[in-house]
Design a protein around this ligand. Sequence first.
Ligand SMILES: [Zn+2]
Length: 673
Amino acid sequence: MLDAEAFANPQGVERTIRTALAMLRPPPDLAPSEWAEANVRIPAGNAIPGPYRVANAPFQREPMDMMINPDCYRVTLMWGAQTGKTTCALCVQGYAIAMRPRSQMMMQPAQGDAQTWLETKFNPLVDSSPAIRKRIAKPRGRDGVNNQRMKSYPGGFLMMAWAGSPKTMRGRSAPLIVCDEVDGYLRTKEGHPVGLLWQRAATFGDERFMVEISTPTIKGASYVESSYDDGDQRRFHVACPHCNEHQALKWEQVTWVGRISSCVGDALEDLKHDEHKPETAAYVCVACGSAWNDGQRIAAIRNAESIGAGWKSRKPFRGHASYHLWEAYSTMRKLGDIVRDYIAKLRTDDLQTFVNVSLSETFEEQGDKADSSELEKRAEEFPATVPMGGVYLTAGVDMQTDRLEVEVVAWGVGEESWSVDYRVLWGDPLAGEVWEELDALLAETYLHESGSPLRIAAACLDTGGTSGYTQCAYEYLRGRTGRRLFGVKGIGGWGRPIVEKVMRKQSGKNARKVDLFGVGVDEAKLIVMRRLANMTPGPGYCHVPASRENLAEWCQQITAEKLVLRYVKGQPVREWRKPDKARNEALDCRVYALAALKIMQPPLKRLLEKILTHPRVSGTRPPPAPRLNAPEPPPPTEMPAEAKKTPADQTPRIHRSPAARRARSNWVNGWKR
Ligand SMILES: [Zn+2]
C-alpha cells in the first residue's frame, strides 16, 4: 500500500486512493428485482409513481430474476392489461445497463411502436432513475450514441428494431433480446422476426437471453400462446383467505349479480338481460366456495410467495420459463371494474378485446364463416331508407382503375348496422370526372325513419393500388380537408388496431400534406365477417336490404374472403384468401366504412336517444314543398356537439390527426356542395 504521509498533500492523496479503490470494488450482487427496488423510479403519470416496489406486483419478481438464473435462456410473458409487463421488461433492460453491462436489442411491431416506447416508457424511466441515467450517453455527446435507434452505455448498447423492417435487424445481434407485443409481428419471407433475432444471437452461446411479451390474439395463430405452451407454463397461485387452498385465479370463478354465463364460451348469455350489477363482483374460492372481496384478493396476491404459493409450473423446466397472468392479478384493479369492462365490450360486440387484453387468452373463432346464401336469405324490407336504429352514416370508398365503389352504412347502438346504399361510379379515377360524382354522392341526404334527413358524417377513401392512382386519390383528398373525408391505406398483420396512427403524405411537390390513416385490414375483416355470420339482431348484427340491386352479387362479394390457416416452417399463419376470380370490393367498402366510424367514435347511444325524443316529422306527413331562396337545410341530427371521450381502457388508441380535428371544429352543415 502506498504511504500517503510521504506526500506533501497526504489528505488529497488518501482521498484519491480511496476513490480509485471504490472504482475497483464490484457492484453489490443484487438480483434484478432487488436492484430495481433500489434504483428504479417509476416516472410521474403512472399508476404508482415513485420508487419501484415489487410488493405492488409480486408476480414480477420471479420472471425478472430469471435473467440471472444460469439455467434459463428464455422467458415468455403472456400477460394481460394492468399487470406491468412493460415495467418488468424495463427493469431487466435497466439491469443490463447498470449492473451486468451487455448489449441488447428491443423489438417492437412497427417503427411507430418503437418510437412510442422510447418516448413514453424508456426515456421517462431513464430521466427519473439516476442509476441508469448516469450510464447512458448524452444526446449529441462525445462519449457514445444516443438517438432514436440506439442508446450506448459503458459495456454495450441498446438497439431498437421493428418487425416490419428486416433492415433494422440485418447484421445486428445482441445477447439480450426483448421482444414486445410479439403477436403483432408480421412474418417475413425469411421467417418469424423473433426466430430470426434468436438465430442471429447464436454466436453469444449460453449468454443468450430472450424475453418475449404479448397479449395473445387468435386461437391457432397466436405466437405468444405457442411460445407459452412451449415453455413450462407457469400460473400464479394464491391462497384462499378462508380455507387456505392454493389456486390460480380464473374468470370462471368471478361472480356478480346478473351473471348467467359460466365461462367465455357462453358469454352471449349475459346479453339476455340488462340487470348486471358489477359493483357486487367477488371472487369465489374454487375449494370452499367462499367469496373474497377486493381487499382479500389483493392481500392473497401480495402474500402468495411468503406462504409458499406463487408461480407454479405445469411442465418441467428446461430453460424456458413461461408465465400467464390476467387482469384480476392487478393490485390496482377492482374486480367490479373488470366486470364493467366485460359487459361494455360484450354489448359493443367486442368480446375478443376483453378475452385477449383482460383475460390474456386467445380468442376462439366461431363466426368467421359468413355464408353468402344465408346472408341473402335474411335480407329484409327496410321501413325507410334508414331504419330507426341507424343513427350515424359513414361511407367506404374503394378505388379501382375504371370505377369507384361506395357503400353507405347506418350505424346503431353496439355497432348494429344497416347497409343503406351501394353504388358503382364508373369512370377512370385518373380522368377526374368520377370524383365529381363522388362529391355529389357524399353530399346526398338519406331519409331516416323518424323523418329527419341524415347526412354522411364521415367517409374513408382507399388510396392503395398503383402509384398513379394513389397520387390522384391524394389530389382529391387534398382539396377536401375539413370534410371528414379520410384517406386510408390497408396494413396487413394480426393484432393491429382497426385504425392506426395517422401518417402524413406529401402529394406532389410543394403541395400540402395529406393525412392518411392506416387500417388494420386483417382484424377489420375478421370483425366484419364475424358480424355477417351473426344471426341475431342486436349488437354487431348486419341488416341487408332486400331491395338492393344485384343482391346476390353483393352478398357474394362481401363474403368472398375466407380465413385459412396454413403452416410456414411449422408455425401457423392465418390469412385471408379469396377464390381467384372472385370480386371483393363490397367487403373492402364495408371495412372502410367501419374505419370511418372508428375514427369518429360517435356516441351512438346518445344519438339514438336524441333521435327518439326529437323526431323531426311525425309519421307520414310529407315534407314541406321547397321554396325559392330556402334557408340552408337544418344541421343534421346525427352530429354530436362535442367529441366523445375515449374510455381509458383498451380501445385501440386513435391519434386524431390535425385534419380530423380541423374537420371537427370546422363542421357547419355537413358536406359542402
Ligand atoms: Zn377457500
